[in-house]
Write a protein that binds this ligand. Structure first.
Ligand SMILES: [Zn+2]
Length: 103
């Protein structure tokens, strides 16, 4: 992997992460890639990249490292940690089933 800190055309900081074929193969084999922005002279912030064959696989990988993910409403972006909201894709703020159920 190549990690570079540059500035974009507007002059704002931009971090470029270049992944090799081996990196992507490892991601798809459920091996996360960890990046610490302090290595690039930026404030310390650790980033974990995970891969998967589809969104469900990616969600499984993320939950493996950080525990159950909350439900984020695709309509209003409200976050719910209630397991039933995630299970049924229900948003209490929208009073509607706005997400895909994960039954
Ligand atoms: Zn909502």
């Amino acid at each position: 992997m190549i990690k570079v800190r540059v500035r974009d055309r507007a002059g704002d900081p931009l971090v470029l992460l270049g992944l090799t074929r081996e990196n992507t193969t490892r991601l798809l084999a459920d091996e996360p890639i960890l990046v610490d922005l302090a290595e690039l002279g930026l404030p310390p912030l650790r980033i974990a990249l995970v891969g998967g064959h589809d969104e469900q696989h990616v969600a499984q990988q993320l939950e493996r490292y950080c525990g159950p993910l909350p439900f984020i409403c695709p309509r209003c972006t409200r976050t719910s940690h209630h397991p039933d909201d995630k299970r049924y894709g229900y948003c209490g703020a929208c009073h509607a089933y706005t997400g895909a159920p994960t039954l």
